[in-house]
Design a protein around this ligand. Structure first.
Ligand SMILES: Nc1nc2c(ncn2[C@@H]2O[C@H](COP(=O)(O)OP(=O)(O)OP(=O)(O)O)[C@@H](O)[C@H]2O)c(=O)[nH]1
Ligand SMILES: [Zn+2]
Length: 216
């Protein structure tokens, strides 16, 4: 088990979240000192778990295009919206991790999009640019959970690697809970690649509903 450097909470601020579809909830935003990668990751604490209950947690990787601008090339925006409500209902934390483009950054992600428009899939585009298929490391996430005194959790994700990495960092992931399936005509190739290449648990049958599937 790696010896994790300790991080400590820096500011705790209450913020009323109001979404365009009318849903609203109050959140506590927590910032940190001492995160291993020096990034400004944010914890969004939602709801109040029953005393002794295991909290629901999501590690959400930043996606400016999907989270902010509503890009339909991926499923990040709807996953974020869903996660906030599910976590608020049960009680838990969303870690908003500054891992744009699976850790390669926004400009590189858009370079990868340009390659995808020439036919490469989402992972091959990363390697063609000289990056790993997925450059994310969850050490800072484990530090944040420790700083929030969360020792056991249920993880809201389709990505087995997130659970495995967290366990390797000493966090007790009890259950992995899949997110919803948010398909559009623009993201079906991307979702399919996640299932076939990185074993994301999305029901592949649902990904044949869209007509551009045969495009690759
Ligand atoms: N490099 C690269 N990153 C992408 C691409 N599309 C989305 N992303 C980034 O991928 C991250 C989300 O990762 P995903 O693989 O979609 O999903 P996940 O986080 O592994 O799994 P879930 O927890 O189930 O959502 C965000 O940081 C996005 O900015 C792409 O085509 N190339
Ligand atoms: Zn996205």
């Amino acid at each position: 088990m790696p010896d994790l450097p300790a991080a400590t909470p820096r500011a705790r601020v209450r913020v009323p979240l109001r979404f365009q579809d009318g849903y609203g909830v109050d959140a506590e935003l927590v910032t940190f000192h001492g995160l291993a990668d020096g990034q400004e990751h944010l914890a969004v604490v939602l709801g109040a778990p029953e005393p002794g209950a295991v909290p629901l947690v999501r590690l959400h990787s930043e996606c400016l295009t999907g989270d902010v601008f509503g890009s339909a090339r991926c499923d990040c925006g709807p996953q974020l919206r869903e996660a906030v409500e599910r976590i608020a209902t049960r009680g838990g934390v969303l870690l908003y991790l500054r891992q744009e483009g699976r850790g390669i950054g926004l400009y590189n992600k858009l370079d990868a999009y340009a390659l995808q428009d020439q036919g490469l899939d989402t992972y091959a585009a990363n390697t063609a640019l000289g990056f790993p298929e997925d450059a994310r490391d969850y050490t800072a996430a484990a530090q944040m959970l420790n700083a929030l005194s969360i020792t056991e959790l249920d993880l809201l994700t389709n990505n087995p690697d997130k659970a495995e990495q967290l366990r390797g960092l000493g966090v007790a992931v009890r259950d992995r809970i899949p997110t919803g399936v948010f398909t559009t005509a623009h993201n079906v190739r991307y979702l399919r690649a996640k299932v076939l290449q990185t074993q994301h648990t999305l029901p592949i049958a649902r990904l044949t509903e869209f007509s551009d599937l045969n495009a690759g």
